[in-house]
Design a protein around this ligand. Structure first.
Ligand code: ATP
Ligand code: MG
Length: 561
């Protein structure tokens, strides 16, 4: 790569987090090391927002020859499930990032975190609280008013140690006590008003079993876990900016390694809900068929829909990383997929709403194997053959009776090109007793093989088609957006669910080469969009294809205006 290209590439990747790391490496801060992490809570499947954080953290680790830990933030015993852990590992790998030698779990640090808590108690910096959750809330004050100190705040260190150990040993019922940091009830930053560090929860944990009766709060576990792992740059989303002073306080009191926290704006997408809580609701209330429903903005849903890792990474590069919250048009994500597939997806023919066409002057039992290019955008893609015969199918809406002049497809007495095949003219329309068109009788011109005429005669329309006796039957699902509203900040998001987010077409006919189609390999169905085999529901003999994305590019059109 020459310098210019290198510069261009780096420029496209430029973002403020990367710039901080470049400076730190240059100045040998953290001994020049780059250790990052991606710390999901295993309480749901990852979504496209998480993909932004994954691409940023794993991407930077790769670029700077550092490492990125996948750490499961599993401090909440009641909400976490093994299924989520497996799905998260899969998603990270599918995006193209290695998991490293080891997977990290916050629960591996429970012992260490407890001794940090004890250290704070012994230093008079934490105390056991008797107030109820509600009372704690009342005492906390508001943004305008300072909080009030708890009557239990000044317990002796000995008493605190004793109570904390009893909490740990399971001597108290859930909710009887919590452990709080002793910081400042009058702080303008509410996070510093004696936050809770530990709660009693007699619950089974997926990794530590029944060993613990107390569990650390996220705010206490997170920064210390980063510190234990020697994280150099703790990259997180903006809502943690106000928590940073608290994390700094813990680190200073404990005198341990200090990771540098950097906040960036989370990804918001139009027509999309992004919180795991809302996505769980869609799954549990059966608005979709699961976390990996092809309409879901989860990584597994996008994958099943036909999105590629390259398109998702391209999208992340284009939106960049900023410090201010904003919403990105989902059409840009779709545009990135089209760009990728336009270059890479083989072209094939599929008739979604078939109309029978008999070519009256074509020999009865003849089959011709016609050559068809696989991808005009890719010279190396080569060609395949497609069988042509007397009875074929075209798309119902490629024919119109009494068509206006501007209709460039098929109509009585008009001639069109069948892609890679012949020119055909429609001579007769056959209808059933209800007056529905059920068949067209056409004639072909044998001199136009391949779809070209030597006499300079031109046709306006080119149609796709499949041969009746060779066609594969398939079900095709056409997806639309799951929501009808771009911005769902106000109101209940469920009011905006699109009732027509999927249209299922049962009797589609595909060219025979698609018999070897595999999930996650996209094809361009000519004139229809990009499609791939559904990885879950499709079976041999009962093929199901999903439309990944249509050909119409609303983002490119907007960008041109
Ligand atoms: P949600 O709010 O969607 O439930 P979360 O933040 O609770 O997500 P975590 O499992 O805690 O989910 O997230 C793991 C990491 O992914 C965090 O570091 C978080 O900052 C990051 N992340 C989550 N959502 C987004 C987003 N929309 N854009 C960028 N990063 C995100
Ligand atoms: Mg979270």
């Amino acid at each position: 790569m020459n310098n210019n290209n290198q510069e261009e590439q780096n420029l496209s990747k430029a973002n403020f987090v990367r710039n901080i790391i470049i400076d730190d490496v240059k100045n040998n801060k953290h001994n020049g090391k780059v250790v990052l992490r991606f710390p999901p809570e295993p309480n749901g499947y990852l979504h496209i927002g998480h993909a932004k954080s994954i691409c940023l953290n794993f991407g930077l680790a790769k670029e700077f020859h550092g490492s990125c830990n996948l750490r499961f933030d599993d401090t909440n015993p009641t909400k976490e499930e093994e299924e989520y852990i497996e799905s998260i590992k899969n998603d990270v790998q599918w995006l193209g990032f290695g998991l490293g030698e080891k997977i990290f779990y916050t629960s591996d640090y429970f012992e260490q975190l407890y001794s940090f808590a004890l250290q704070l108690v012994k230093a008079g910096k934490a105390y056991v609280e008797d107030l109820t959750a509600e009372e704690i809330r009342e005492y906390r004050g508001t943004l305008k008013e300072p909080g009030k100190e708890s009557p239990y705040r000044n317990r002796s260190i000995e008493e605190n140690i004793d109570l904390l150990e009893k909490m740990k040993n399971g001597d108290f019922e859930d909710g009887k006590h919590v452990l709080r940091a002793k910081i400042d009830m009058a702080s303008p930053n509410i996070n510093l008003r004696d936050p809770v560090l530990y709660r009693i929860q007699k619950a089974h944990h997926h990794r530590t079993g029944d060993r613990w009766s107390i569990y650390p709060m996220y705010d206490f576990a997170h920064g210390q876990s980063d510190s234990i792992e020697g994280i150099t740059h703790s990259v997180c989303t903006l809502e943690f900016e106000d928590h940073r002073p608290l994390y700094d306080w813990f680190i200073e009191q404990l005198g341990i390694h200090h990771p540098q926290q950097i906040e960036f704006a989370r990804l918001n997408l139009s027509y999309t809900v992004m919180s795991k809580r809302k996505l769980l609701q869609l799954v549990e209330e059966k608005y979709v068929e699961g976390w990996d429903d092809p309409r879901m903005p989860t990584i597994s849903g996008l994958r099943r829909r036909g999105f590629t890792p390259a398109s998702i990474k391209d999208f992340m590069e284009r939106i960049g990383v900023a410090k201010a919250d904003s919403s990105v048009d989902v059409a840009l994500l779709e545009h990135c997929l089209r760009e990728d597939l336009n270059k890479n997806a083989p072209r094939v023919m599929a008739v979604l709403r078939p109309l029978r066409v008999v070519i009256t002057n074509y020999p009865e039992n003849q089959v011709e194997e016609l050559e068809a290019e696989n991808n005009p955008e890719d010279e190396t893609a080569g060609t395949r053959t497609m069988p042509f015969s007397k009875v074929i199918y075209i798309e119902q809406d490629d024919f119109m009776e009494d068509a206006p002049k501007k209709f460039f497809r098929l109509s009585q007495g008009r001639e069109v090109r069948l892609k890679h095949a012949y020119y055909v003219t429609c001579n007769e329309v056959i209808k059933n007793e209800n007056g529905d068109i059920i068949e067209l009788q056409c004639s072909y011109d044998p001199a136009t093989k391949g779809g070209w005429s030597d006499d300079g005669r031109k046709v306006k329309g080119t149609l796709h088609w499949v041969s009746e006796q060779h066609a594969l039957k398939a079900t095709v699902r056409l997806y639309d957006r799951l929501f009808t509203k771009a911005n769902m900040n106000k109101g209940d998001f469920k009011e905006f669910i699109n009732p027509d987010s999927v249209e299922v077409l049962e009797n589609c006919l595909l060219e025979p080469s698609l018999s070897t189609a595999k999930a996650e390999i996209n094809y361009q169905f000519l004139r229809q969009g990009y499609f791939c085999v559904d990885s879950k529901d499709s079976k041999e003999g009962a093929l199901i294809f999903n439309r990944s994305v249509s050909l119409k590019d609303s983002w490119a059109n907007q960008a041109k205006k």
